[in-house]
Each structure stands twice: as C-alpha cells, then as structure tokens.
Design a protein around this ligand. Structure first.
Ligand SMILES: Cc1ncc(COP(=O)(O)O)c(C=O)c1O
Length: 376
C-alpha cells in the first residue's frame, strides 16, 4: 500500500509540481551569489586564517550555554557599525532569523501588516505570532496606512509592525521604501525590512537599501549572509533593547546551537569584502543593463535589478522552457506555486558579477528561440 507521503508526491508529480535536487550544471543564472564571493580567494583565505588562529568549526552549544564565541560578538559589533544600526544578532540562516523576528517581537494585541509577496520565512513567523496579522496588496502604501489607522482607531495600546522586503526575491522589484519608512515614523509603527537580496548589492558599500534609515529605534533589518555575502547565516540589525529582548525571548536563538564561529569569521571577512566591492557592483550593473537590452528585444519587462523573472503563467510552460534553456548550457530554474502566486509560474533569472556579456547574450538568444517555439 502506498503511504500518504507517496500519494502526496504523486499528486504533486501529476500537477507538474514535484521538486527534486539537481546538481550544478550550466552557466549560473540561478544562484544568489551575486558578487561571486562564495568561491572567492578572499573568503577562502579568511576561513584558513580563522582556522589557523584557532577558531573552532562548531560552537558546542547555544549562545546562552557556552556556545557564545568571541567571533560571534566581533561579527555582531562590526555588523552593527557597518550597517549603521545600534546592534546586531547573528543567526544560522535567514529563514530562521526572519521567522524569529516575526514570532518574537510582535506580541498579543499587536498587529503585523505584511506585503502579499513576502518570503516564506516571514510567513513562517506569521504562523507563529500571537499578534493579529493583515496582508496588504503588493507595494500598496495606502493600504498600509489604512490598516494602521484602523488598528489605532480600535486599539488604544499595542504596536503595529510592517513587514516588507526591500528587493523582492521572486519579482526583483523594489519596495517604495522611503514612503513606508515615513509612514512607519508617522504612525509610530515598527518596520521589519528584509534586505536578503539587497545586502552587498545596494547602498554605499553594499549596506542595503535601508542603510540611510538604520539606527532608528523602529527599524529592524534582516541581512542574510548566504546570498551576495557568499557565506551563510543572517544578521538582524536593530535597536539595542530589541537585541536584549531577542536574547531573552527568541526561541530559535535560545534553543539552538549557535552558528559556527568559523562561519562568523567568514561573514566578517565578507563585510570587509563588500565594503570594497564597488568594482563587482559596477560589473553587476553592466550585466543588468545587458540583460535588460535582451529583454527589450523580446518585449519582456525588465526589473532593473539582479533578479529578473520571466512570468509564463502555467507551471509546465515554465518547466519546459527551463529544460530547453538548460540544454543550451544555461542554468535558469522554473519557480512554481506555492513559491509564487497561482498562475504566475516563471523563470527566475539571477545575474552575478562573474558573468560575461557573451553569457548574457547567449541566454538572451536561447530565451528568444525557445519562447518563439512555445508561441508557435
Ligand atoms: C527574501 C528572503 N528572505 C529570507 C530568506 C532566507 O534566507 P536564508 O537563505 O539565509 O535562509 C530568503 C532566501 O531565500 C529570501 O529570499
């Protein structure tokens, strides 16, 4: 007899939604290693140097139970200074950090207003929070303001939180961040801004889109370390009392083995690398412009960022196109629901500073050929 798990897998397969792990093949238009840090000599050297000075591979316990290492604290102090925040706290992954913020900071009686396209990790936290939650349409500043007003009209006490991404992971578009920051300040709301895809890429030295706003008491930012920073883990930057509260109340922080001190040392090196990576950011911009020109030829909208979706609609259309493009030697993956809304399966093309103009033109030609075939 088939187990219910096997039945569920078969149902996914029938709908063209079965996922499987695949190896690395083809030119990379899929990873989030936007600046090529992950395989850089600089981070390899930082790891070797850390090992040589005795930094251990494992923390050996929770930060609260002997797992706290000087490398964690050095990273957090440097990260706070780098991002312009009062404090920082390091987590083993962005997913854990995001879920941790949302499940820890908003309390019963509070409200979390969140953009419809926030990442699964934010939704994970929303599922755990005791606060009320309210989804608003993507980028809809007026809807956020209406929700804030309604909340205040009915709640004399309590705090409102707004959860957004600065650069959306599957759409590659930018939040109206300055407007939302102003709104949060006007309504005394907390702003939780996920900079996962902006850290290392946007702002001076790659400090993110929220760089100019960090340091304010109501701004909490998530900086993942496994994307442009090329390592792994995530830093939450925030006001100092919030950090102390997280250390006391955040279950994913308290009841988990601390991230590897070695990784903390590597992330610290990645911050230094980011500070001096204007050349790589400029190369990435050239790639973005080049792909944009290819998309213009195909009549496809461009995002102007390193994340470029080609929305196709039906799941099988997206997977078939990804397979054809892979056969031409380019690694572009199809993204299907529930990662993206129903009916919006897409190719998610990501760009990295390591790509050549020939790579991008090659992808453009492959895309053009196979999209024409599909249309015919
Ligand atoms: C917007 C966003 N937030 C958070 C995360 C989670 O970060 P990590 O990969 O470090 O777990 C991701 C990763 O996919 C993301 O795209």
């Amino acid at each position: 007899m088939q187990s219910r798990y096997e039945q569920a897998l078969e149902a996914l397969n029938r709908r063209g939604r079965l996922r499987r792990l695949e190896g690395r093949a083809g030119v990379d238009f899929t990873s989030n290693d936007y600046l090529g840090f992950a395989e850089s000599d600089a981070l390899r050297d930082a790891a070797l140097a850390a090992l040589e000075r005795g930094v251990p591979a494992g923390a050996g316990g929770s930060r609260l139970l002997r797992g706290n290492h000087p490398e964690h604290e050095a990273l957090e102090a440097e990260a706070a200074a780098f991002f312009g925040a009062q404090s920082a706290l390091f987590f083993g992954s962005g997913f854990a950090a995001n879920a941790a913020i949302i499940s820890t900071l908003p309390q019963r009686g509070d409200l979390v207003i969140y953009d419809a396209l926030v990442h699964a990790s934010t939704r994970e936290g929303l599922g755990l929070t005791k606060a009320q939650t309210q989804e608003i349409p993507h980028h809809h500043v007026q809807a956020i303001e209406d929700a804030l007003r309604d909340y205040r009209a009915t709640h004399a006490t309590g705090r409102a939180f707004i959860a957004i991404e600065s650069l959306y992971s599957m759409d590659g578009d930018l939040a109206p961040l300055a407007d939302i920051v102003a709104l949060a300040a006007r309504h005394d709301a907390m702003l939780l801004v996920d900079e996962a895809h902006a850290t290392g890429i946007a702002g001076p030295q790659g400090r993110g889109f929220a760089a100019q706003f960090e340091g304010a008491a109501n701004i909490v930012a998530l900086h993942t370390c496994g994307k442009a920073l090329g390592a792994s883990g995530a830093l939450i930057t925030m006001a100092e009392p919030l950090r102390r509260f997280m250390i006391n109340r955040c279950k994913p922080f308290i009841y988990a083995t601390a991230p590897s001190p070695l990784v903390a040392a590597i992330v610290r090196a990645a911050l230094h690398l980011s500070a001096g990576a204007d050349d790589r950011r400029a190369a990435l911009q050239q790639c973005i412009a080049r792909l944009g020109a290819q998309l213009d030829k195909l009549g496809l909208p461009r995002t102007g960022t390193q994340i470029q979706p080609v929305v196709l609609g039906a799941d099988r259309r997206a997977t078939a196109l990804a397979e054809k493009i892979a056969a031409d030697g380019f690694d572009v993956r199809a993204i299907r629901p529930p990662t993206v809304p129903e009916g919006s399966a897409r190719l998610r093309i990501t760009l990295g500073a390591h790509l050549s103009m020939a790579d991008i033109d090659g992808l453009g030609a492959s895309l053009a050929r196979h999209m024409q075939d599909q249309a015919a």
